[in-house]
Design a protein around this ligand. Structure first.
Ligand code: GRG
Length: 296
């Protein structure tokens, strides 16, 4: 199956699950909460690439799990990603008026509702994780391990911790290890989580889990370098928020050709980590190649 057919099909599955999840809230919550659900839906359906849920499905399929059975975890990852973007755009952080070419959540709904929409998405991500039990495929202990890993990757030891270092960094001390530390936590941890959550739901050989981890870690850094390459080409690196300084970027410490060389090396390593799986790893290989060449 070509990557285009694979990704179109799986993204349709993900989108339809996400749309249904919103319909469920509309049916089960009081009408008085509609504004909150509107704001959650606005950002969830604003046209993201769905990279993380797609990676989660591809990882699940590479280890023999059905894509439908892991959709609640894929939705949880996208909920957390979406909350992080809503909060990152707020005046207290990046103060961005737009996201994906549309008004950012706080520009559309006001700051208070945007903060609450982010809070609700984060909290409801864990409700989504509990829905992994609905397929009756996974044991409670496996679901708990997946849930704990998601919390760990998005919290103090992962994305939020990375964001703290990002917003408090003194630009004078920017160095490659410091930039990588930020990116491993802020961006990389959620990409590693997308790859490793399925391994928590399966009985897997430890050596194979290490290979998946390596794929996630190298792809996470590669994704950030590709983001920094795109940003440096479009020259929109300044945060308007209180930080009032450029965001830490690989372009602070590397030339464009060094960044491209590092991107290729990381993608090659990611691909090598999973190629022993043969055909089953094709979607993971294709996603890595997409990150290598992406333009948005
Ligand atoms: C506010 C707690 C908190 C965390 C924010 C991830 C993050 C931490 C902020 C996002 C800032 C940013 C632009 C980081 C660069 C890499 C990145 C995560 C880009 C956005 O991800 P994509 O390209 O987004 O997958 P789409 O729009 O496709 O969903």
């Amino acid at each position: 199956m070509s990557f285009e057919i694979y990704s179109t099909d799986r993204i349709e599955l993900i989108n339809s699950y996400l749309e249904d999840s919103i319909i469920r809230y509309r049916h089960s919550a009081s009408q008085r909460f509609s504004l909150l659900i509107d704001a959650m839906q606005y950002s969830l359906e604003a046209g993201g690439k769905r990279l993380r849920p797609l990676l989660l499905l591809a990882s699940a399929e590479a280890i023999g799990l059905s894509p439908r059975s892991v959709l609640p975890a894929a939705a949880a990852i996208e909920y957390i990603h979406t909350y992080s973007l809503i909060h990152d755009d707020l005046p207290a952080l990046d103060d961005d008026d737009t996201r994906r070419g549309k008004p950012s959540s706080h520009r559309k709904f006001g700051e208070a509702v945007a903060i609450l929409a982010g809070d609700a998405l984060l909290t409801e991500a864990f409700t989504q994780m509990t829905r992994l039990s609905e397929s009756q495929v996974y044991q409670p202990a496996q679901i708990l391990a997946a849930l704990e890993f998601l919390a760990q990757s998005s919290g103090v030891r992962g994305m939020v911790g990375g964001q703290l270092i990002d917003v408090t960094l003194d630009t004078k001390s920017t160095s490659l290890p410091e930039i990588e530390f930020i990116h491993i936590h802020k961006t990389g941890a959620m990409i590693v989580a997308s790859i490793l959550i399925p391994t928590k739901l399966a009985t897997m050989d430890a050596v194979m889990v290490q290979k998946f981890k390596r794929y996630g870690e190298t792809l996470g850094l590669a994704f950030q370098i590709s983001d920094d390459i795109l940003d440096s080409e479009s020259a929109i690196r300044y945060s308007r928020g209180p930080r009032k300084k450029p965001k830490p970027s690989y372009s602070d410490v590397m030339s464009p050709s060094e960044m491209k060389e590092k991107l290729n090396l990381l993608i090659d390593t990611a691909i090598q980590s999973v190629e022993s799986l043969g055909d089953k790893s094709k979607p993971l290989v294709d996603i890595a190649n997409f990150v290598r060449t992406r333009r948005s």
